[in-house]
Ligand binder design. Structure first.
Ligand code: ZN
Length: 358
């Protein structure tokens, strides 16, 4: 990579993005994905079904994994190099500092989209389920993006960056949009030391020679990020969003909104089914975890296999990332309930459900 060139967020972290059909002008993957994403039916059958609550729950989880994989496919179709801040700024009509479900719906309407407003409400809920529990913290947000029905910059990042990318992992736990912007700046304008991971820039005096020595661990490496003065860096939010990116963002948002709606339907049906069995998610958790207080990745894999559900490994990884909080080695009952409880059921109700059954 020549000096002065840097990888865009999608190029840097997503092998899927590198294979994106967009760049190559191939429509086949795109079209196939689009067709698949529009053929969604809830998996929890409404008919009377005597299948055990744990099995029903695991089927709903397997479907969440499938949806998460479809979302990742959709992310890979976004054109590379378009700044997250620019997309946020474009969607934020009225410059409120947050995105409302109405903003997303109106953007869809601009494209003549048939997706319902309710689906965008489901989408907002779904994105916020993926953020670290308890975030965003409203005290850090100037525009109170933490209120229901709103997304902040970090939320949009989680929706757009590939799961497991540096941007995704950082924005998932970022406490505020200012922190998110700092992280994005660092990722764009610095290179990681191969020895210790510390991010480095070269100063302008050394612009001609890319060889640097890490001040922290002494490792020698080639660094292509050169410090520039603030005036020469254009604000990412002011960058125009190309028509191709707008089009693909619209497809990502509208199809993900429909997937989110189907997931919400699954949750409601699952809740009805559990009620009819006189069982709660706490009881299901206990059954899947073999009576232990936390659920490990191996427990989940075993439980799915026992039911004959062969979830591909990459989907299992996405499912685990959805359930386990960042950095956690196991899923707690509250994490489990958070992902399976229908929208509108408060944390207190979830907690009391566990209290009565565990
Ligand atoms: Zn180092």
């Amino acid at each position: 990579m020549p000096p002065g060139r840097r990888l865009g967020p999608w190029q840097a972290q997503s092998p899927q993005a590198l294979n994106s059909s967009w760049a190559a002008g191939e429509e086949s993957i795109d079209q196939a994905w689009w067709r698949r994403s529009t053929e969604v039916e809830p998996v929890v059958a409404p008919a009377a079904d005597a299948e055990e609550p744990a099995a029903q729950t695991l089927r709903a989880m397997a479907r969440q994994a499938e949806f998460d994989a479809q979302l990742e496919d959709a992310k890979a179709l976004l054109p590379r190099g378009c700044a997250l801040e620019a997309m946020f700024s474009m969607l934020d009509r009225g410059h409120k500092g947050y995105l409302s479900d109405m903003d997303l719906w109106q953007f869809d309407q601009d494209f003549g989209g048939p997706t319902s407003f309710g689906s965008f409400c489901s989408l907002v809920n779904e994105v916020r389920l993926v953020r670290k529990p308890g975030l965003p913290q409203s005290s850090h947000q100037t525009a109170d993006a933490s209120l229901p029905g709103r997304l902040d910059l970090c939320d949009l990042g989680v929706l757009i960056y590939p799961s497991g990318s540096q941007e995704y992992d950082a924005l998932r736990v970022a406490g505020s949009d200012d922190e998110a912007k700092s992280i994005l700046y660092l990722l764009r304008h610095s290179d990681p030391c191969p020895g210790c991971g510390m991010r480095a820039q070269r100063n302008a005096d050394a612009a001609g020679c890319p060889s640097v020595t890490c001040p922290a661990c002494g490792a020698a490496f080639r660094c292509f990020s050169v410090v520039r003065d603030g005036a020469s860096l254009s604000a990412p939010e002011a960058e125009p969003v190309p028509a191709a990116a707008r089009h693909q963002l619209h497809r990502l948002l509208s199809s993900t909104a429909r997937l989110a709606d189907a997931m919400e339907t699954d949750r409601r049906r699952l809740a009805q089914r559990l009620t009819s069995f006189g069982c709660s998610l706490g009881g299901v958790f206990s059954a899947i975890a073999g009576g232990r207080s936390v659920l490990g990745a191996a427990d989940l894999r075993r439980a799915l296999l026992r039911l004959g559900l062969r979830v591909p490994e990459h989907e299992l990884g996405l499912l685990w990332r959805r359930y386990a909080p960042p950095g956690a080695a196991a899923v707690e009952p509250s994490d489990f309930a958070r992902q399976l409880q229908p929208r509108g059921v408060g944390a207190a109700a979830v907690a009391s459900g566990f209290a009565t059954t565990m």
